[in-house]
Design a protein around this ligand. Structure first.
Ligand code: FES
Length: 96
């Protein structure tokens, strides 16, 4: 998937047909857009306190947990994002 700088990972995923849950619409008021950043964390904006507080509510919290709507693409390098299994269950094929 290609991402432009300034896009957040939720937008990138949804544009690419990966429908990550995002109950609050990307305003850091839920934790359903939780993903794991497997590599390339340094290519993303750092988590602000609001995101850190919120992501703690997400099930399956890990050190590389982020809220995808709060991860703004900054760098050029590859970023590997893993969508947690419970969220993947909610992934829907976009109708063509
Ligand atoms: Fe709700 Fe990201 S969509 S916090």
């Amino acid at each position: 998937m290609m991402a432009a700088k300034g896009e957040n990972l939720l937008e990138v995923a949804v544009e690419g047909g990966v429908n990550i849950e995002h109950a609050c619409g990307g305003v850091c008021a839920c934790s359903t857009c939780h993903v794991y950043i497997e590599s390339g964390m340094d290519q993303l904006s750092e988590a602000v306190e609001a995101e850190e507080d919120r992501v703690e509510e997400a099930p399956g919290l890990q050190r590389n947990s982020r809220l995808s709507c709060q991860c703004v693409v900054k760098g050029d390098g590859p970023i590997v994002v893993r969508v947690p299994a419970w969220n993947r269950n909610a992934v829907k094929e976009v109708p063509h």
